[in-house]
Design a binder for this molecule. Structure first.
Ligand code: GUN
Length: 284
C-alpha cells in the first residue's frame, strides 16, 4: 500500500510557521499583512472557498477584507474597486475569486490587479517571471504540491514527471516548477495520443483534469508518486479525485487522498504569498 501524503498535516505545519512569521512581521512593522478577496455572484462553491480563505487569514493573524458584489455588477465597478484596493496600503494581497459571470472579462480583471499584490500569480507579469524562474509568487496549487513533495522527500531531479492537464492555474505552472527542479517533464492533455503509454513512464504523476476516477491502476508504474488535484462530486454526494484512489494506491509508492491531499495546501500557499507581498511592499 502506498504511503498517504497528508496535506492536512503539512498544511498545519506550514501555517504554524506563517503564524510565527506574521507575529514577527507585526513586531517589526507595527501592522499585520492584509488580504482582500472579491466574490462576485452567488456560486455556492466559490462562497465556501472565500469563507475558508477568510477564516485561514484570521487563524494566522492576518487581516482579511471580504468584498462581495451582486452577479449583475458591471465590469467598470469591479475594475474601479480593484484600482482602489491597488492603492490601499492596508491591502497587501488581492484575489478575485474565479469564475466570474460571463459579462465580465477575467483577463481584464486579472490584468488590472497590481502585479505586486497578485497573490494568485495570475497576472502576465508574474506568469512571465515564473517562466524565467525568477519569481516572487507562485500560483497556490502548484506551489502547494511542491511543498508536499519536499515534505515527503520526493526527489525530482532527473525523474520522469508527467502532468495531465494544461490549465494556466495548475498544469502549465506545475510543469515549469518541476522543470525548475530538474525533472524531465511531459504535459498531457485531451489530444494526447496513447495517454497510458506516457503515464506509465512517470515517476511523479500530477493529475489535474477534473474527471472523476480517470487515472486507473493500469496507467501507473509501480512505485510512482501520484498527486491528485481533482475534486469531483459523485452522484451519491461523496467527493473524489481524478485518480481511482483505492486501486492506484495498491501500486503507487506515495499518493495524495481527496479530500485531505492537495486541497488544504492551496489556501496555505495563499497566506504565504500574502506575507511575501507585504514584505516586498514595505521594502519599496
Ligand atoms: N477559483 C478556483 N480556484 C481559484 C484560485 O486559485 N484563485 C482564484 N482567484 N479563483 C479560483
Amino acid at each position: 500500500m502506498a504511503e498517504i501524503i497528508d496535506g492536512k498535516l503539512v498544511s498545519a505545519e506550514v501555517r504554524k510557521s506563517i503564524l510565527s512569521s506574521v507575529t514577527e512581521f507585526k513586531e517589526e512593522n507595527g501592522f499585520v499583512p492584509g488580504l482582500a478577496v472579491i466574490l462576485v455572484g452567488d456560486n455556492p462553491a466559490s462562497a465556501v472557498y472565500v469563507r475558508n480563505k477568510h477564516k485561514a487569514c484570521l487563524e494566522v493573524g492576518m487581516n482579511s477584507y471580504e468584498i462581495t458584489f451582486d452577479k449583475n455588477v458591471s465590469e467598470d465597478v469591479l475594475l474601479a474597486k480593484i484600482d482602489e484596493l491597488n492603492q490601499d496600503e492596508k491591502v497587501n494581497g488581492i484575489l478575485v475569486q474565479l469564475p466570474l459571470p460571463e459579462h465580465i472579462s477575467e483577463e481584464k480583471v486579472i490584468n488590472r490587479i497590481s502585479p505586486d499584490k497578485d497573490v494568485d500569480a495570475f497576472h502576465p507579469v508574474n506568469v512571465g517571471k515564473i517562466l524565467i524562474g525568477n519569481y516572487d509568487f507562485l500560483p497556490c496549487t502548484p506551489a502547494g504540491i511542491m511543498e508536499l513533495l519536499k515534505f515527503y522527500n520526493v526527489d525530482i531531479k532527473g525523474k520522469e514527471c508527467v502532468v495531465i492537464g494544461r490549465s494556466n492555474i495548475v498544469g502549465k505552472p506545475m510543469a515549469l516548477l518541476l522543470l525548475g527542479e530538474n525533472g524531465t517533464v511531459t504535459v498531457c492533455h485531451s489530444k494526447t495520443k496513447d495517454l497510458k503509454e506516457v503515464t506509465k513512464r512517470a515517476d511523479i504523476l500530477v493529475v489535474a483534469i477534473g474527471r472523476a476516477n480517470f487515472v486507473t491502476k493500469d496507467m501507473v508504474k509501480e512505485g510512482c508518486v501520484v498527486i491528485d488535484v481533482g475534486i469531483n462530486r459523485l452522484e451519491n454526494g461523496k467527493l473524489c479525485g481524478d485518480v481511482a484512489f483505492d486501486e492506484v494506491s495498491s501500486v503507487a509508492d506515495k499518493i495524495t487522498p481527496v479530500p485531505g491531499g492537495v486541497g488544504p495546501m492551496t489556501i496555505t500557499m495563499l497566506l504565504k504569498n500574502t506575507l511575501t507581498a507585504a514584505k516586498k511592499q514595505i521594502k519599496k
